[in-house]
Design a protein around this ligand. Structure first.
Ligand code: NAP
Length: 284
């Protein structure tokens, strides 16, 4: 990679960002297409977010990804926010359009693309059961609902969060949205009537994490996907596989949110294979 006076700057803002897989993925894409650009991680403390965005604008940064803890706070510093990102109330991608910073959310769309790639499935008319009602769940739920999902059932350790998200989905989309109690009796019936079960909680990232769901509630024919990509096989996915379900992890969502962001930044179709290769190398 050569860096010269014409090199365009892209990057990720978060705190911390040391764990990120995005730089190798996007730099592989720029290299693959021969674009003179570089993607860098920027560790930005919450109190420096506003200054960072002013600085990024001043030096003409072409595009940014946004990660924890800035996805929600960043909205108030942007010039424009795309409709889906406004509904999700979170931005993970910023595009510099003629000096204006426009916010998008590609997490949910990335999830929808991964469903297609991993399971050959589109959300239209399907029922989803989602564990977690935090940031990842909001993005996934809205993208599924806007892509025609018939029903989304939400369960969160904090029930009020599931209720709030279900209300927001019902108000803004035509998808049926239900918030359930974690230990409720209807869990089994709702999962039996679902096509896909999604873990959108961080539970499963650490080896000693408890089970996110009782394996007895999983069944053959169910599609089970975890937003976690490291480890690649979480306890949930192992349980689901044993019960005869089809499984996939969060690496597809990670890849495709990047593929969609790349297209928004450059207007070019991202080299998904090169990006996947860079990602797989890190996930090994
Ligand atoms: P978050 O905002 O903290 O939301 C997670 C929610 O799940 C919280 O409300 C949490 O409640 C709840 N929860 C935790 N354990 C639970 C359980 N066993 N049952 C039900 N609810 C439970 O986190 P997030 O930002 O949405 O991130 C969730 C995961 O998605 C993380 O692992 C993140 O790395 C991953 N992610 C992956 C991608 C990708 O591209 N693959 C993209 C974005 C995020 P408490 O607060 O009470 O724990």
């Amino acid at each position: 990679m050569k860096v010269d006076a014409k090199t365009e700057i892209y990057g990720l803002i978060g705190y911390p960002v040391k764990h990120t897989y995005s730089p190798p993925m996007h730099n592989a894409a720029f290299n693959g297409l021969g674009i003179n650009a570089v993607y860098l991680p920027f560790e930005v403390k919450p109190e420096n977010l506003k200054d960072m965005l002013s600085y990024a604008k001043a030096v003409g940064v072409r595009g940014l990804n946004v990660t924890i803890p800035h996805k929600e706070n960043v909205l108030r510093f942007l010039d424009e926010i795309d409709t889906e990102a406004s509904l999700i109330k979170a931005v993970n991608t910023i595009v510099n359009k003629n000096g204006a910073f426009i916010g998008y959310n590609t997490d949910g769309k990335g999830f929808v693309s991964s469903l297609k790639e991993d399971f050959g499935m589109t959300p239209k008319g399907k029922n989803f059961f989602i564990l977690g009602a935090g940031g990842a769940s909001r993005a996934i739920s809205f993208s599924l609902a806007l892509s025609g999902a018939a029903r989304i059932v939400l369960v969160d350790a904090i029930r009020e969060k599931a209720i709030k998200l279900a209300r927001s989905l019902a108000r803004n989309t035509s998808c049926e949205a239900i918030a359930l109690k974690r230990e409720g009796r209807t869990m089994k019936e709702m999962i039996l009537n679902s096509h896909v079960l999604v873990n959108a909680t961080p539970c499963g990232m650490k080896p000693r994490d408890p089970r996110v769901i009782d394996p007895a509630l999983l069944h053959e024919g169910l599609y089970v996907t975890d937003v976690i990509y490291n480890p690649g096989m979480t306890r949930l996915l192992k349980d689901a596989k044993k019960r005869g379900a089809r499984v996939s992890n969060g690496s597809g969502m990670l890849l495709h949110q990047g593929v969609i962001a790349f297209k928004l930044w450059t207007g070019k179709k991202a080299p998904a294979k090169a990006m996947r290769k860079a990602l797989d190398k890190l996930l090994k």
